[in-house]
Write a protein that binds this ligand. Sequence first.
Ligand SMILES: CCCCCCCCCCCCCC(=O)SCCNC(=O)CCNC(=O)[C@H](O)C(C)(C)COP(=O)(O)OP(=O)(O)OC[C@H]1O[C@@H](n2cnc3c(N)ncnc32)[C@H](O)[C@@H]1OP(=O)(O)O
Ligand SMILES: Cc1cc2nc3c(=O)[nH]c(=O)nc-3n(C[C@H](O)[C@H](O)[C@H](O)COP(=O)(O)OP(=O)(O)OC[C@H]3O[C@@H](n4cnc5c(N)ncnc54)[C@H](O)[C@@H]3O)c2cc1C
Length: 664
Amino acid sequence: MEEVDHLAHERNKAQFDVEAMKIVWAGSRHAFEVSDRMSRLVASDPAFRKDNRATLSRKELFKNTLRKAAYAWKRIVELHLSEEEASKLRFFVDEPAYTDLHWGMFVPAIKGQGTDEQHQKWLTLAYKMQIIGCYAQTELGHGSNVQGLETTATFDPKSDEFIIHSPTLTSSKWWPGGLGKVSTHAVIYARLIIDGRDHGVHGFIVQLRSLDDHLPLPGITIGDIGMKFGNGAYNTMDNGVLQFNHVRIPRNQMLMRVSQVTREGKYVQSDVPRQLVYGTMVYVRQTIVSDASSALSRAVCVAVRYSAVRRQFGSQDGGPETQVIDYKTQQSRLFPLLASAYAFRFVGEWLKWLYMDVTKRLQANEFSTLPEAHACTAGLKSLTTTATADGIEECRKLCGGHGYLCSSGLPELFAVYVPACTYEGDNTVLLLQVARFLMKTVSQLGSGKQLVGTTAYMQRAEHLMQCTSDVRSAEDWLKPSFILEAFEARALRLAVTCAKNISKAPNPEEGFSQLSPDLAEAAVAHCQLIVVSKFIDKIQGDIDGMGLKEQLQALCGIYALSLLHKHLGEFLSTGCITPKQAALANEKLRSLYAKVRPNAVALVDAFNYTDHFLGSILGRYDGNVYPKLYEEAWKDPLNDSVVPDGYHEYVRPLLKQQLRTAKL
Ligand SMILES: CCCCCCCCCCCCCC(=O)SCCNC(=O)CCNC(=O)[C@H](O)C(C)(C)COP(=O)(O)OP(=O)(O)OC[C@H]1O[C@@H](n2cnc3c(N)ncnc32)[C@H](O)[C@@H]1OP(=O)(O)O
Ligand SMILES: Cc1cc2nc3c(=O)[nH]c(=O)nc-3n(C[C@H](O)[C@H](O)[C@H](O)COP(=O)(O)OP(=O)(O)OC[C@H]3O[C@@H](n4cnc5c(N)ncnc54)[C@H](O)[C@@H]3O)c2cc1C
């Protein structure tokens, strides 16, 4: 039967070159080609089927994940895929698995914190998956407070070993992904104790399970921590618990790039800053920002396509009803999310560049940009994951009742995604790290110190603290200089107000603690400024293709002005803009929604997602929603029989009883 594209009329309206936008979204032609090839490879292979996850028991689900991970590795080896291709393939398999932690944290931890000899030994094994590793930092009693970890690594000079021990229940490692059932090794974080002296938290490579029979090694107790939020979802991952009972490891299994312990038991701190022990978290936070754009764009793709298919009310003379995407309220909820998906894509690209830059500098023993890299990765991880988790849920609501069906793909996407607000640093805790960085920067204002990078705008404090916006027309709000000035002034004024209020407290720590809700808001304002400014930079760079710049300008305007609208209280109370200018911003926003409307479907097509990856009947490329939803319902195991199991035991007797009562 010929396939009908129910969204063709929408695609025909597009005013830009979708194929060119696919390249911009992917970052380069090369990145697009790799991504496109890997997504098709996964989508066309029935071994990667994923539409049955919500109906599997935990054990079936987990075994299925093991099968897929093994099969993915087989394909990676058979096809001689590069690291980039392999990581894309795993991405499109779209199922959290122990391999995420092996490649995403265990390998980077050894790379970042190990010495050359340690790389030689451990990375060689890890690259071939001859060992499987995880990242075991969090404990039952402490996650955010890394300095509060209790596991100990005591140096025994006699045997030249460390004794790894869990002294309390709360020191049990708790949460590490891949730990529960699969990992043979872990990078664990423990307090280094030498001669009774505590040198703080350090990383160690520890073998957990036998490479022959997979049983835990002596002194190790290990298991899965149990079911998590949602059906399917993150339950494909074996988040684990681990206790050590005086487990011995050789001295050379402490990760020794940052500091070393000599044969004689001397602790040597190299020139490298101690904070590099936290380096893996900086790396992963950076990848999480790019992942946020992937997750949000996926939900937005579903909601945009379905909003174009769905009709409700407004039929004139028996004609078709209104597509719900034409309701202005739908647009005002949906288009800022579409714009955010693009914004997070571009800020993620920039953050990757920043991370690579800081890594190069660290290799050359240049550490000056590390605090900024920490603040940017922490802040943007927090900002983008909060917005994405909220955005996925909003997309579910934008799809009405059908959004609540698992076959919409949105409930599972939300359940898989929402822990990103907690893992790799609780989002509030991370905002407070940004705030600390901002308070330090504010305290340097006027000292003559040159401010660079994302705080360079504070250099113009004298102007930004007293300026009023020159916006006179709605059109002015499209000018980058007006938008930037309003966002810079708001961020700086919020930060300076916090600093002033802290200085009134008996001491800075007390002041910081009292002011922390305001500080978190100041951190959000600073991070939003970064996203807006990187979006503007992107548009001002090389963008080829018919109509691309216009569309991206409209999306950038929507991103910035919808934030301005959402945080109007802050823009007005800090005196950055007037109520009149706020009304003009709203007027511009409405016109931008109208500009994006005919392009909305094409703008989500530019994500180039296969139907397999989207995993959503509502978001199908061809928009053929209703027949497929109807078909899908009959596949539910509950529909295997007409009369359900349990009817004769629990329903029939009730009905009989009512019959008897009725006769009486
Ligand atoms: C492609 C691959 C995909 C991969 C996907 C992977 C799968 C993902 C699956 C999910 C997997 C989930 C996996 C998981 O979840 S893994 C577990 C993740 N855990 C966390 O993220 C814990 C969060 N807590 C912390 O990071 C620290 O304890 C914080 C930071 C809160 C405090 O810390 P502490 O009490 O020590 O600090 P302090 O505040 O006195 O600060 C002291 C100084 O240190 C500086 N500082 C602090 N931190 C950093 C840093 N990082 N780089 C550079 N510098 C840093 C700081 O600015 C300050 O500097 P200064 O002011 O003195 O100059
Ligand atoms: C799905 C998932 C996967 C994970 N994978 C791993 C892994 O592979 N390896 C690993 O080591 N860990 C892992 N973790 C653990 C994760 O990193 C921690 O849960 C996370 O860092 C948060 O720490 P916490 O649980 O101690 O939260 P808590 O710090 O206990 O947070 C509880 C509340 O207290 C607030 N709070 C805490 N401190 C402050 C403060 N100073 N100021 C203000 N408010 C504060 C928080 O905002 C939050 O609202 C995973 C967690 C999840 C959910």
